[in-house]
Design a protein around this ligand. Structure first.
Ligand code: MF3
Ligand code: CO
Length: 255
């Protein structure tokens, strides 16, 4: 499938999808507390998304059984909500969600601390988020996709962290996953030349230890091979003539 350029009408719908998802993440952030189960998070998230008249895009996507991916500590992504898995003080929890608004998708992830976490965990979360912002310095016409990837990787690796290779970001629009792939690590090919109207889900997944990951027996949950902590930060981004527009950023940013 070719990389699509969204029309002004499509961009308007994606903006709305992004805004709703940002508000959903903000409500989830406020609700997080020790004692809550990961299934509670999923139920609340689905309720919020549907209250905006949107569809949670992850639900039943390739058989994924929930609306919100909840991944704790050494879980990298795609954790499956479970009523027996309870948040506790000191955990870091990655929430990944997607919504469909009038046929258009947005996709975003955040990693939050539950109460006080170690300085190591805090730094991992901050660097993962900042690696996204380092990457989007190159999310402009005139740059190639690999410029974004390289910037994310060099920033994260300068802290000694492992950049996950087995999962990548993606184009997004009328489908959750569109071309192109958006790796968080450098490749030999420059990748596509960025153009206004492209929409990309850029999503660094960064491990405190090595970059290797393994899949659990549930066929979804991805964990670090060495048991180290992992963080995930993702936004849906629109390439414009000038600075990129982050469609899933909460205005009045508490993140
Ligand atoms: N944000 C993730 C991605 O882009 C999650 C989707 S996987 C799902 O791949 F199955 F949970 F939907
Ligand atoms: Co994504």
């Amino acid at each position: 499938m070719a990389v699509t350029i969204k029309s002004p009408r499509e961009i308007e719908l994606m903006r709305k999808a992004g805004e709703i998802l940002a508000a959903t993440h903000e409500e989830l952030r406020k609700a997080l507390k020790p004692g809550m189960s990961t299934l509670d998070i999923d139920r609340l998230g689905e309720k919020i998304i549907r209250s905006y008249g949107c569809i949670p895009s992850f639900k039943n996507y390739n058989g994924y059984p929930a609306s919100i991916c909840v991944s704790i500590n050494d879980e990298v992504v795609h954790g499956i909500p479970n009523r027996h898995v309870i948040l506790k003080e000191g955990d870091i929890v990655s929430l990944d969600a997607g919504v469909i608004y009038q046929g258009y998708h947005s996709d975003a992830a955040r990693t939050w601390a539950i109460g006080e976490v170690t300085p190591e965990a805090k730094q991992l979360m901050e660097v993962t988020k900042q690696s996204f912002f380092e990457g989007i310095k190159f999310a402009k016409p005139g740059y190639h996709l690999n410029d974004i990837s390289t910037a994310i990787q060099s920033y994260a690796e300068s802290f000694g962290y492992g950049v996950v290779r087995d999962l990548v970001g993606h184009g997004i629009g009328t489908h959750l996953h569109e071309d192109p792939e958006v790796p968080n690590f450098s490749r030999k090919r420059k990748g596509i030349l960025l153009r206004p109207g492209m929409t990309l889900a850029i999503e660094p997944m960064i491990n405190a230890g090595g970059p290797e990951v393994v899949w659990m027996d549930d066929d979804w949950t991805v964990v670090t091979e060495d048991g180290s902590l992992s963080a995930h930060y993702e936004n849906t981004v629109l390439i414009t003539e000038g600075e990129p527009e982050i469609l899933t950023l909460y205005k009045g940013d508490a993140e």
